[in-house]
Design a protein. Structure first.
Length: 343
């Protein structure tokens, strides 16, 4: 049971490696280390007792992918590799189409060439765009409002077309909401390069003293406390959803060989609720100020999780306090991220 995890040294990928290794899989990581650190691989070994095989390369390199898939006789692929910052995607859309769309095309071409037909794709709830109703079901219209989301939808469409064209394919599309948290050991966690793009790592960097305070974008939304509400999911729950989804592939029939599922908790937490929960976990105040809204932000965004529960027999088990306490455990042990280990 050999599996290739693209982007396997990154935040989600490294946690996924742990889950699959603990399940008994032989894991091969393919990563160009652009937004990740090889120290994560050593941490995976420290947790599981087994170092994943590592192949450094770019997902746009089809020849390299074919070589790796054949060398390790991979049965399937978990595909995380890609760019993921919404704001950056608007500033540099060509890089996003290049990495996310063309990169996935090269991966699928490599898989086709060597006869590997099982894939779990890391998609995003951004494919839904502005919510027309809540909670968001998988049947909600797909209308992303930024280049990042559009690259995810293009790949989803490509996968659906590919699966329809060849009954040998088995494909799972997982639409994430907001992954947060860290491994309970404190050895693995989110290590953003530069200014964080997401709320939780920003809160964590304020808590550990790397930043003076948090900016809360908007305090006048029509929500229970005026701040935006999002569906946050613990990263370990998220990757366990990948494990369930991958093992579901073998049960799919050739006529229904591609599925899409939300991975979230079904609960919406406001920005202020996130701050208060982190203050409990870290046992210290988090300074913040409320500033103007950001363009494009919506007031509420959270998942309907019924399909994940019924189809994958999966649901999130960790609550908001777990998300915050595990993040605090990670950041206090690694205040400078993975580079702390080499300083």
């Amino acid at each position: 049971m050999s599996i290739l995890i693209t982007g396997g040294a990154g935040y989600l990928g490294s946690h996924c490696c742990v889950s699959f290794i603990e399940r008994g899989y032989d894991v091969v990581v393919f990563d160009n280390l652009r937004n990740s650190n090889p120290e994560a691989l050593r941490r995976i070994e420290a947790i599981t007792g087994k170092m994943p095989k590592f192949e450094q390369g770019d997902v746009r390199d089809q020849a390299a992918l074919e070589t790796v898939l054949k060398r390790h006789d991979c049965d399937g692929v978990i595909h995380f590799a890609g760019l993921k910052a919404v704001g950056e995607s608007s500033q540099d859309p060509l890089s996003y189409y290049d990495n996310n769309v063309i990169g996935t095309h090269r991966l699928l071409s490599a898989m086709s060439a060597v006869g590997t037909h099982r894939l779990i794709f890391s998609s995003s709830a951004t494919v839904y765009g502005e919510p027309k109703s809540l909670p968001l079901t998988e049947e909600h219209s797909l209308n992303p409002v930024n280049p990042y989301g559009r690259t995810k939808l293009i790949v989803e469409d490509m996968l659906r077309d590919l699966a329809a064209s060849n009954p040998a394919w088995r494909v799972g599309v997982l639409r994430y909401f907001n992954p947060v948290g860290a491994h309970s050991s404190g050895l693995l966690g989110e290590d953003p390069q530069g200014v964080p793009n997401n709320l939780m790592p920003f809160i964590a960097q304020v808590a550990v003293g790397r930043r003076k305070q948090l900016s809360v974008f908007g305090g006048d939304y029509p929500t229970r406390d005026g701040t935006g509400v999002r569906d946050y999911i613990h990263v370990v729950d998220l990757v366990e959803g990948h494990l369930r989804a991958y093992e579901k592939l073998s049960a799919l029939g050739s006529s229904e060989n591609c599925f899409s599922v939300n991975l979230g908790t079904g609960n919406g937490y406001s920005v202020l609720e996130m701050i208060r929960a982190f203050e409990r976990g870290a046992n210290q105040p988090i300074p913040f100020e409320i500033v103007a809204r950001r363009e494009g932000d919506v007031s509420e965004f959270y998942a309907d999780t019924q399909k994940a529960t019924e189809f994958l027999a999966w649901s999130a088990e960790r609550d908001l306090d777990d998300m915050c306490s595990d993040t605090w455990n990670w950041v206090r042990k690694n205040p400078g991220g993975y580079k702390s280990a080499s300083d």
